[in-house]
Design a protein around this ligand. Structure first.
Ligand SMILES: [Zn+2]
Ligand SMILES: [Zn+2]
Ligand SMILES: [Zn+2]
Length: 168
């Protein structure tokens, strides 16, 4: 129950002013604990890519990530950067936003989820919500002899900060 509450706080604060230092530190702490538990190496490049994606709640394309890596002294080639991204996706710390062809750090990696994304078309911030709350569930698609393994739910609109309140 406590976890549930935490998750909805995460969603609502992303589009407003919030202490992003807390978000950032929290996520780093979670990934560090996970890597130790799984005996995985949190290499400098993996850490750097994750940190870049965590800076804001904005998704970044692979080339923006590469660019930032280069500027910050971690020059890397596309295949290496893609491998790092795939690795972080596989372990649930990064998600790919298909509609934007971009990547975003997971805001709640500690539980198994099929996330849905709420995307502001103006500021391009993205909040991750639980699939169940998106109102769309493909868990039982009503298709016989078919098991859903992955769903992509992306809701595009405008956040309160970006819209004039008269129209809200
Ligand atoms: Zn934040
Ligand atoms: Zn997630
Ligand atoms: Zn916005």
């Amino acid at each position: 129950m406590a976890k549930q509450k935490q998750q909805s706080e995460v969603e609502s604060k992303i589009f407003g002013n919030h202490d992003h230092g807390n978000c950032f530190d929290d996520a780093i702490k979670q990934i560090e604990i996970y890597f130790i538990k799984k005996k995985l190496q949190f290499t400098p490049l993996r850490r750097k890519v994750f940190e870049i994606l965590l800076r804001d709640h904005k998704p970044l394309g692979a080339y923006e990530i590469l660019d930032t890596l280069g500027k910050e002294g971690h020059s890397s080639s596309p295949p290496i950067a893609y491998r790092v991204l795939d690795f972080l996706i596989e372990h649930g710390f990064v998600h790919k936003i298909q509609g934007l062809n971009a990547f975003i750090a997971c805001s709640n990696p500690n539980h198994i989820h099929s996330p849905a994304f709420v995307i502001c078309r103006k500021c391009e911030k993205v909040a991750e919500i639980d699939e169940k709350k998106s109102g769309v569930s493909f868990q039982t698609p009503g298709i016989e002899n078919f098991k859903v393994e992955k769903t992509t739910v992306e809701l595009i609109g405008i956040c309160r900060s970006c819209s004039d309140t008269a129209n809200w």
